[in-house]
Design a protein around this ligand. Structure first.
Ligand SMILES: [Mg+2]
Length: 402
């Protein structure tokens, strides 16, 4: 299956319950920390999971969204803004963007943050014209309206009702959708109250419960809560993973996609780290480039192939760092003695710590060689030696089982 690369964000809401706060600023563009907008948090998170086409469906105050975001890049991703000509509801906003839609895409509510592994939502194939919702268990559904899940299928939406208190599943505002469902969407309409109930009647709407941090900034008090809590969520623990001998079997200068053989439990280990909110960062020596065995493009292509296969397992790597240098190279540009990036030097790890918001106290490295352990030590991180066997078992031991 091809990895889903498109994520759309509904940012056109009026935010009337926020009152004066949203009179001049769209709800998702509220500041949560100095210089950081709520929407930035959502975009950064989708980008690190490998969504490279980020589309903002703008309406109310769309000029502000466009001025701030259109054409901007976040990591490897590019942002574009599609503006609705008139208020058409969430369904209409999506239908109006039908020209830019991929076959399969993720649609996210721009005024809530649900901290989940999006690749877990998109891993299993989707039926044509169908959809899959990320659901959240809450202690009290009264404020939200709830969702009834039978097996993997959503069998009913239950309207918001102050008398229906108690725990239950709610719509988490993140949807994995097949493009064919958009053709039937009327303008104006609401995805939640018009389109989804129809899909439920046809038995084509699935749900997966997730238990990540969840916050809707629809009310002044929940916006204040976002300002207290969400900026800290950007700072995540990181798992630094060596590649050859840890993720893929080390065949000696492995670089061809066809030669990728996963170490037992490697994809499951990455999935566990993803589900638990860790950044997964690969740091790999690739002296084969300096020796002239292959080029850096081949390294990138190998990593892209890994990402494709990881996506099918509901997993992803946040970033790959490779060191092409070696003292005994044949290619002059890469022939460097004791390059700071080449393990046991810690250069790649230090650069990654600088590039990403990382909580060092809870971060660690896994490698299969003494040079990996030494690089971890020099970077000030605990190093765990993988002596073969099942990588998932080792990661479970380090971070605790699911
Ligand atoms: Mg290795």
């Amino acid at each position: 299956m091809t990895r889903v690369k498109q994520a759309l964000f509904l940012v056109g809401g009026k935010g009337t319950r926020l009152g004066a706060l949203s009179a001049n600023t769209p709800k998702p563009m509220q500041e949560i920390a100095p210089g950081v907008l709520f929407l930035d948090l959502l975009l950064e998170n989708a980008a690190r999971m490998g969504f490279t086409d980020l589309v903002l469906l703008a309406g109310h105050l769309g000029d502000k969204v466009e001025a701030a975001y259109n054409g901007r890049r976040v990591g490897e991703a590019t942002i574009r803004v599609v503006r609705e000509s008139q208020p058409l509801g969430t369904g209409g906003a999506l239908a109006q963007a039908s020209d830019v839609l991929d076959e399969r895409f993720v649609l996210l509510n721009g005024d809530s943050f649900f901290d989940i592994n999006l690749r877990a939502l998109t891993a299993a194939p989707l039926s044509e014209g169908g959809g899959r919702l990320a659901l959240r268990m809450v202690d009290d559904t009264a404020r939200y309206g709830s969702v009834r899940l039978d097996d993997m299928k959503i069998s009913a939406f239950i309207e918001k009702n102050p008398e229906l208190t108690g725990p239950g599943l709610i719509n988490g505002g993140i949807y994995y959708l097949d493009r064919a469902m958009v053709d039937r969407v009327a303008m104006p309409s609401s995805i939640e109250s018009d389109v989804f109930p129809e899909l439920v009647r046809e038995g084509r709407l699935e749900g997966i419960p997730f238990d990540g941090y969840f916050l809707d900034i629809g009310l002044p008090e929940t916006l204040a809560q976002a300002q207290r809590e969400t900026a800290a969520l950007r700072v995540r623990p990181a798992a630094f993973l060596d590649r050859d001998g840890v993720l893929n079997e080390d065949k000696g200068y492995t670089h061809k996609a066809d030669d990728l053989v996963w170490v037992p439990g490697a994809r499951e280990a990455i999935r566990l780290l993803n589900d638990r909110g860790y950044r997964v960062i690969v740091v790999t020596n690739q002296a084969g480039v300096a020796r002239g065995y292959y080029e850096e493009d081949a390294v990138d292509a190998f990593h892209a192939h890994m990402q494709e296969q990881l996506a099918d397992a509901g997993a992803f790597v946040d970033a790959f760092y490779h060191c092409p240098y070696h003292a005994d190279g044949k290619v002059p540009a890469y022939t460097v003695a004791d390059h700071p990036d080449r393990k046991p030097n810690p250069g790649m790890i230090l650069r990654a710590l600088n590039d990403w918001q990382v909580n060092r106290e809870t971060s660690f490295l896994i490698g299969d060689k003494p040079s990996d352990m030494e690089a971890a030590r020099r970077a000030g991180l605990p190093g765990y030696l993988f002596a073969g066997g099942d990588l998932h078992a080792l990661v479970s031991d380090i971070i605790g089982p699911a």
